[in-house]
Ligand binder design. Structure first.
Ligand SMILES: N[C@@H](CCC(=O)N[C@@H](CS)C(=O)NCC(=O)O)C(=O)O
Length: 293
């Protein structure tokens, strides 16, 4: 499978599809292109008639775009993954929440673009945004009380497609300081500690792309979520020797320009992207864990 996306820090629809793929556990290549670039135009041409990302090319050649369609297709192809709750009553509710998200909340989406790199202080939401926030919190509390049990997710102990649909909204609430319900706080903790989300966020940092139209000139609070291990990229002229010879992700030889110091230990990777996603959040990567001090 190949999933086409744009910048991870900003692309909320791409994030939804990626998280849904992660729920299936199926291997999936990612093709990423910067928004507005020639590479993005080529990607769209290859995915015709899809005009947007995410777009998924399945192994049998099926092309599926629109995040909700991708999620449905994944749910049908991997029924054992439980993308939707098994209980029909809970499933009906989960589908309703997910679809209301896909079709709605335009004021929130327009005024508060997803930006996983920021946590602003002093953002002043409009009345329309606050109405969206109130409706979302009402939906979350309603679902969590009826179907969530001990949580932490909307429909229980593990995330489902409804949580995936709302993941970028949960992140917006963190970025812009929105929401005040107990369920909101619970979902925020759960999302920012969830491995697939942490990895996506770390790769967004490693992409080092900034889209000015999605940035605000506001002060920022401390980063939300589990604190990453102290880490930095090592310059080639530092002459450090890594503890490993093969990249923990690809198995390819370590490259001289792709070393990182993580918790004081020099670890090597096969390219700068692998290095930088590890520096951003070392504990998000199961394959890196055996090399960490
Ligand atoms: N309704 C679509 C929305 C997809 C969408 O708007 N994707 C954005 C990226 S998050 C996009 O492809 N933008 C193209 C562009 O900005 O040129 C879905 O659910 O997948």
């Amino acid at each position: 499978m190949e999933l086409s996306i744009i910048e991870r820090t900003y692309s909320s629809w791409s994030l939804r599809a990626w998280l849904a793929v992660e729920l299936t556990g199926a291997p999936c290549a990612v093709r990423s292109a910067p928004k507005g670039s020639e590479a993005f135009a080529r990607l769209c041409e290859d995915n015709r008639p899809a005009l947007t990302v995410p777009a998924m090319r399945f192994d049998d050649g099926a092309l599926v775009w629109e995040s909700s369609a991708i999620i449905e297709e994944l749910a049908q192809r991997w029924p054992e993954a439980g993308l939707w709750p098994a209980d029909p009553v809970a499933r009906g509710a989960a589908r309703s929440l997910a679809n209301e998200m896909h079709a709605g909340f335009g004021a929130l989406r327009a005024a508060c673009p997803m930006n996983l790199a920021r946590r602003y202080v002093g953002f002043e939401p409009s009345v329309e945004v606050l109405e969206d926030v109130a409706r979302i919190e009402d939906l979350w509390t309603w679902a969590a009380e009826r179907f969530g049990g001990e949580g932490p997710w909307l429909f229980g102990a593990r995330p489902c497609a409804a949580d995936v649909m709302f993941a970028p909204v949960i992140a917006r609430f963190v970025t812009y300081g929105l929401g005040e319900s107990e369920v909101t706080a619970r979902l925020q903790e759960a999302l920012y500690a969830w491995g697939p989300f942490r990895r996506w966020r770390a790769m967004g940092v490693a992409e080092k792309r900034r889209i000015d139209e999605y940035e605000f000139d506001l002060p920022e609070a401390r980063r939300f979520g589990p604190a990453p291990r102290p880490a930095r990229a090592i310059r080639p002229d530092e002459g450090r020797t890594p503890v490993n010879e093969a990249c923990p992700y690809s198995g390819r030889p370590v490259a001289a320009d792709s070393l990182a110091e993580i918790d004081g230990r020099a670890i090597g990777f096969c390219n700068p992207f692998c290095r930088d996603k590890s520096v951003a959040d070392a504990e998000a990567w199961p394959k890196l864990a055996p090399l960490l001090p």
